[in-house]
Design a protein around this ligand. Structure first.
Ligand code: G3H
Ligand code: 13P
Ligand code: ZN
Length: 309
C-alpha cells in the first residue's frame, strides 16, 4: 500500500462527523506504537513530521520508517509535514515523498499568507500532494517558537472563506482557543465554539483542522511527577470538547504533547523501578506500548474513528 493523501480520509470524516488523528512522529518506537494502534482499531491515520523532527531524525530515516510501517501494516497512511514555515521546506517534503504538507503562514499579514500558501498549493497540486494552511494564530510553544497569549489571534470567519477561495488550499487550521504544548489554559478551558460553527457553516463540506489539541491527561502528568518529574500547572483540552469539534467540521486533530507525556511517564516509571537498567530495549519497549495505548484511547474516545477504513 503506497502513501495516501488525506483527501478521502477527510471526505469520510466530514460525512461521518468524526476526526482523523494526526500524530507527531520522531523515531521508530513512536511510529510503531501509533501504527499498531491504528491497525488494531482499523482507523485512518496521519503521521506528521515537524521541522524539529526532521532535524532530529533526518528526513530520509522518517520516510523509510513510514514506508516500513506501510509495508508492515497495509494501512493507508498519510505522511504530512507539520508547520512548514516556508516554501523551501514544503518543496523539500513534496519532492522527498510526503503526501501532504502544511504551510504555516499564520504569523504573516493576511495577503502574504495567501500568496505564500498559493505558491505551495500550486507546487503541491501539480505533484499530487495536498496542502494544509493556517489562519489565525495559536498561543503556546512549537519547536523554537513561543507565541504569547497576547499575540494569539482567533480566526476571522469571513477571512477564512476568502483565504480558502483565493488559495485553493485543501484544509485549514483555525484558531479558536487551543494552544501548543502542555500549558494550554489557566483555570477553565474555553474554546470559541460559536466561531467554529460560523466558520464551518460558511465553508460547507470543507475540512478544518485543530492544532494544540492534546488533553494533557492528569494520569500521565501525575505519573511523570510521581517518578521525579516537575510538570506543574499543565492543562489541556477536555475530551468532550474535541468530540464536539469533530461534529462541527473539524476533520483533523493534532496530537503531540499527549504522546510525549505518555512516553516520558513510562520511561520515568521504568527507571524509578529499575534503576540499574541500561539496555534501551528495556525502557523503549514499555514506552512504545504506552504510545500505542494512548493512541488507541484517542482513536476510540476522542476521534471516534475506529473501524472507519
Ligand atoms: O506543533 C508542533 C508539534 O508539537 C511539534 O513539536 O516542533 O517540537 O517537534 P516540535
Ligand atoms: P499539542 O501540543 O496539543 O499536542 O498539539 C500538537 C500540534 O498541534 C502539532 O501541530
Ligand atoms: Zn500545531
Amino acid at each position: 500500500m503506497p502513501l495516501v493523501t488525506s483527501k478521502e480520509m477527510f471526505k469520510k470524516a466530514y460525512e461521518g462527523q468524526y476526526a482523523v488523528g494526526a500524530f507527531n512522529v520522531n523515531n521508530m518506537e513512536i511510529i510503531q506504537g501509533i501504527v499498531d494502534a491504528a491497525k488494531e482499531e482499523q482507523a485512518p491515520l496521519i503521521l506528521q513530521v515537524s521541522a524539529g523532527a526532521r532535524k532530529y531524525a533526518k528526513h530520509i530515516y522518517l520516510v523509510k520508517l513510514v514506508e516500513a510501517a506501510l509495508e508492515d501494516t497495509g494501512l493507508p497512511i498519510c505522511l504530512h509535514l507539520d508547520h512548514g514555515e516556508d516554501f523551501e521546506i514544503c518543496k523539500s517534503c513534496i519532492d522527498g515523498g510526503f503526501s501532504s504538507v502544511m504551510i504555516d503562514g499564520s504569523k504573516l499579514p493576511f495577503e502574504e499568507n495567501i500568496a505564500l500558501t498559493k505558491k505551495v498549493v500550486d507546487y503541491a497540486h501539480e505533484r499530487g500532494v495536498v496542502v494544509e494552511a493556517e489562519l489565525g494564530r495559536l498561543a503556546g510553544v512549537e519547536d523554537a517558537i513561543k507565541v504569547n497569549t497576547k499575540d494569539a489571534t482567533y480566526t476571522d470567519p469571513d477571512q477564512a472563506v476568502e483565504f480558502v477561495k483565493s488559495t485553493g488550499v485543501d484544509s485549514l487550521a483555525i484558531a479558536i482557543g487551543t494552544s501548543h504544548g502542555a500549558y494550554k489554559f489557566k483555570g477553565e478551558c474555553k474554546l470559541d465554539f460559536d466561531r467554529l460553527e460560523t466558520i464551518s457553516k460558511l465553508l460547507p463540506d470543507y475540512p478544518l483542522v485543530l492544532h494544540g489539541a492534546s488533553t494533557v491527561l492528569p494520569e500521565f502528568v501525575g505519573k511523570c511527577n510521581d517518578f521525579g518529574g516537575q510538570i506543574k500547572g499543565a492543562q489541556g483540552v477536555p475530551e468532550d470538547m474535541l468530540l464536539r469539534a469533530g461534529k462541527l467540521g473539524v476533520c483533523k486533530i493534532n496530537i503531540d504533547t499527549d504522546l510525549r507525556l505518555a512516553m516520558t511517564a513510562s520511561i520515568r516509571e521504568h527507571f524509578a523501578k529499575n534503576p540499574s537498567d541500561f539496555d534501551p530495549r528495556q525502557y523503549l519497549k514499555p514506552a512504545r506500548a504506552a504510545i500505542k495505548s494512548m493512541v488507541q484511547h484517542k482513536i476510540r474516545n476522542v476521534l471516534n474513528c475506529s473501524n472507519r477504513l
